[in-house]
Design a protein around this ligand. Structure first.
Ligand SMILES: *[C@@H]1O[C@H](CO)[C@@H](O)[C@H](O)[C@H]1NC(C)=O
Ligand SMILES: *[C@@H]1O[C@H](CO)[C@@H](O)[C@H](O)[C@H]1NC(C)=O
Length: 230
C-alpha cells in the first residue's frame, strides 16, 4: 500500500488514509456527524470494539459500535437489500429496533436504528433510518449504531474504519510537512467528547497524489494554503 511508503518520511502524529484509495474504503459513512465511522471508545457502559467484555466479563461484544448521536441519520454504507426487522432485546424498550441487511457479499444487522422501511433496497449513502434515543435507556453512554454480522464474525474484517498509522511525536513538538501539501479542511478525530477537546484538532491534506488526515495537530490555518516540504 502506498501509505506504507509514506511511513518512512513522516514525523507526524497520526495519518488517516481516508480517501487514499477508493478500493480500500469499501464502506461509506454509516451515520451523519461521523464521516470516518469512528468506533465507540470505552465509556462507563463498556467499549465499542468487537470482542470487548460484556456482562461483567461473562460475555463478549459480538458487534462493533459506530458512534452516532441520538436522532442522527443512519446511511446505507454501500448498496444494500433490507431483509426484515432485527432487534437486540427480548424485552422491549425505546431502542429495541433495527434491520437485517445484505450487500457487498455480507449479511449484517444494525441495531438501535428506526429504519424507514424493512424491505426493498437502498443505494449507498441513502437514508436507512434514525438513531433511537439511546441516552434515555443508557444515560451517559456514547450513543452508537451496533453493527453485527449475521454469522457474528468480526465486522472489522470489512472496512468499517479507515486505516491509520500512529507516528510517535512528543506533546508540543513541531509537526512538519512530509512533502509539498495543500491544506484542504479542518478535521477532528472525535465527535461529542468534551474531555477530548484539547486534542480534537487536525487537518485534511493532499499532495503527491495522496489525500490523508493528520489528527492531534493544531494548525494556524486549516485550508486554502499550500506548504512546502519541511
Ligand atoms: C438476515 O437475513 C438473511 C436473508 O434473508 C437471512 O438469511 C439471515 O438468516 C438473517 N440473519 C439473521 C441473523 O437474522
Ligand atoms: C483545538 O485546540 C484548541 C486548543 O489549542 C481547543 O481549544 C479546541 O477545542 C480544539 N478543538 C477544536 C475542534 O478546535
Amino acid at each position: 500500500m502506498r501509505l506504507y511508503i509514506l511511513f518512512g518520511f513522516l514525523l507526524l502524529a497520526v495519518i488517516c488514509s481516508c480517501g487514499v484509495d477508493a478500493s480500500q474504503v469499501k464502506f461509506g459513512p454509516l451515520c451523519s456527524g461521523n464521516p470516518s465511522n469512528h468506533i465507540r471508545e470505552c465509556d462507563k457502559k463498556g467499549c465499542g470494539a468487537y470482542g470487548a467484555p460484556r456482562n461483567n466479563g461473562k460475555g463478549k461484544h459480538e458487534g462493533l459500535d459506530i458512534v452516532c448521536a441520538d436522532g442522527a441519520t443512519v446511511f446505507a454504507p454501500f448498496d444494500v437489500k433490507l431483509n426484515g426487522k432485527a432487534v437486540p432485546y427480548r424485552v422491549n424498550n425505546a431502542i429495541n429496533d433495527g434491520v437485517n441487511l445484505s450487500g457487498g457479499g455480507l449479511c449484517f444487522k444494525l441495531f438501535y436504528v428506526k429504519p424507514i422501511k424493512y424491505s426493498g433496497t437502498l443505494k449507498k449513502g441513502q437514508k436507512i433510518g434514525t438513531l433511537l434515543p439511546m441516552q434515555k435507556v443508557y444515560p451517559g453512554i456514547t450513543s452508537h449504531v451496533h453493527v453485527q454480522m449475521c454469522d457474528r464474525s468480526d465486522p472489522t474484517n470489512g472496512d468499517w474504519t479507515h486505516e491509520c498509522l500512529d507516528i510517535v511525536c512528543a506533546d508540543g513538538v513541531t509537526v512538519l510537512t512530509p512533502f509539498d501539501v495543500m491544506l484542504n479542511q479542518k478535521a477532528a478525530p472525535y465527535i461529542n467528547q468534551p474531555k477530548k477537546e484539547p486534542i480534537n484538532n487536525g487537518t485534511t491534506l493532499s499532495g503527491e497524489g495522496l489525500s490523508f488526515k493528520l489528527f492531534y495537530v493544531k494548525l494556524d490555518r486549516y485550508s486554502g494554503t499550500t506548504l512546502k516540504k519541511g
